[in-house]
Ligand binder design. Structure first.
Ligand code: ARG
Length: 458
């Protein structure tokens, strides 16, 4: 496996450092199964179009299938000289079956070949990420349903704001992952485009059948412009954008779980199997899964920025810069895949602390809005009601009490519209129950949201 497949016009041997520098085999060997599958389809098409004979095609296909087993079992030898996975497989095929192997690359270039491999790879990975996201959504639905009666403080500016159902908060993440799934599905449409036939950039003189290859490889359409085909990495950038947004969501839930599992909040307990200890502090139970997910978000963003930067300013068509696309893509695919999977596994095992959440929701004037709404319902304009409630809060703060701990007499000092029924209005359960606008936190609304989400997966 030493002669190069392109050295016809070269008088000098390639410098050893150049071979190392240009080699991408360490990374793109991950594409071997797609490369072989793509070559087999290409070969079948060449035979169907009588560009090669059936006998030649059969020998090539047999050789390729054997090479696949060699790679799978680990006996296949890689060397930097052969640059990339495409050259490795072709060189080995020549070694195995001789001259016929050299016909495989008819009407093809590595430029359209690599585009095909990455598209096949990414189609598969996107689908598997979507499936894991669905598993995560199902876990969220179950989690919300199991903890439907828990009331927690809802926050704005990280300050206690208004009481909400814990399930409502959890279902917010369901919505975020729903949008992620839709985004991945949409990006998939543009990844699912078959590039082979563009050859180096201008297309080919051979009477190829591109639709036939697309059919064999399960692509729903073929690309339209050969120059665009070999220059285009939008589908990778798009995937990484979707992945980055999804990682934001995972990072935000991670941050909340980290806070909630600490002693200051004590809202949840993370499962032992999904936490780690400290080598020095025996009492520690660290939320590493959440922290690492938050951390890996940085690597996924990095992959996106990396791809955007690689592509920016590249003239058409293929440029070797584009070889640098694979590492960030593979790293990001691995990171997001692991994060989504581990969250789907961990979520059902998280325990909740209903009392701590209820207590937190009962302290800190989370009923001040309801106090104002009460006054407004009795005829006071909301702006005035807001002002009046503010004064009541200031008074209560000074007297180290909550609004609902003031006496009726004290309350009536702020407005004579206040009657005994104010205490009902300020009760936690009632505050939840009265939030009836669609999409809000009432028990009925949240149950409806859970049922709707469940129905989707029946
Ligand atoms: N290893 C290359 C890549 O990953 C394959 C295409 C190379 N084409 C070329 N003409 N050098 O982009």
């Amino acid at each position: 496996m030493t002669t190069k497949l392109w050295d016809g016009r070269f008088a000098e041997k390639t410098d050893e450092l150049v071979e190392k520098f240009t080699s991408s085999i360490d990374t793109d060997k991950n594409l071997y199964s797609y490369d072989i599958q793509g070559s087999i389809a290409h070969c079948k098409m060449l035979a169907k179009q009588s560009i090669i004979t059936n006998d030649e095609a059969n020998r090539i296909i047999k050789g390729l299938s054997e090479i696949k087993e060699e790679i799978k079992s680990g006996v296949f030898k890689y060397e930097d000289k052969l640059e990339d996975i495409h050259m490795h497989i072709e060189a080995r095929l020549i070694e195995k079956i001789g001259e016929t192997a050299k016909k495989l690359h008819t009407a093809r270039s590595r430029n359209d070949q690599v585009a095909l491999d990455v598209r096949m790879y990414l189609k598969e990975k996107t689908l598997s990420i979507i499936n894991e996201l669905i598993r995560l959504q199902k876990a969220l639905i179950r989690f919300a349903k199991e903890h439907k009666s828990i009331i927690m403080p809802g926050y704005t500016h990280m300050q206690r704001a208004q009481p909400v159902l814990f399930a409502h908060h959890i279902m917010a993440y369901y919505e975020m992952f729903e949008r992620d799934i839709q985004r991945f599905e949409d990006s998939l449409k543009r990844t699912d485009v078959m590039p082979l036939g563009a050859a180096a950039l201008a297309g080919t003189t051979y009477p190829i059948d591109r639709d036939y290859i697309a059919k064999l490889l399960n692509f729903s359409q073929i690309s339209s412009n050969s120059i665009d085909t070999v220059s285009d990495r939008d589908f990778i950038i798009e995937f990484l954008s979707c992945a980055s947004i999804c990682m934001i969501h995972l990072s935000r839930i991670s941050e909340e779980f980290i806070l909630w599992s600490g002693a200051e909040f004590n809202f949840i307990e993370l499962p032992d199997a999904f936490t780690t200890g400290s080598s020095i502090m025996p009492q520690k139970k660290n939320p590493d899964i959440c922290e690492l997910t938050r951390g890996k978000t940085g690597s996924v963003f990095g992959a996106l920025i990396c791809m955007l930067t690689i592509m920016k300013g590249l003239p058409l068509a293929y440029n070797r810069d584009m070889q640098e696309d694979k590492k960030p893509l593979f790293d990001a695919v691995r990171a997001i895949g692991l994060c989504v999977k581990i969250y789907a596994d961990m979520l059902p095992k998280i325990k909740t602390n209903k009392n701590a959440m209820k207590k937190a929701a009962s302290v800190g004037f989370l009923n001040a809005t309801d106090f104002a709404d009460y006054l407004a319902s009795k005829g006071m304009p909301f702006r005035d009601a807001h002002n009046c409630a503010g004064k009541a809060v200031a008074y209560a703060l000074k007297n180290k009490k909550e609004l609902h701990e003031l006496t009726l007499k004290e309350l009536q000092g702020f407005s004579l519209l206040i009657k005994k029924d104010i205490f009902e209005a300020l009760e936690l359960e009632n505050m939840i129950e009265r939030r009836v606008s669609s999409g809000s936190t009432s028990y009925k609304n949240v149950s409806y949201a859970i049922e709707k989400a469940e129905k989707k997966y029946l």
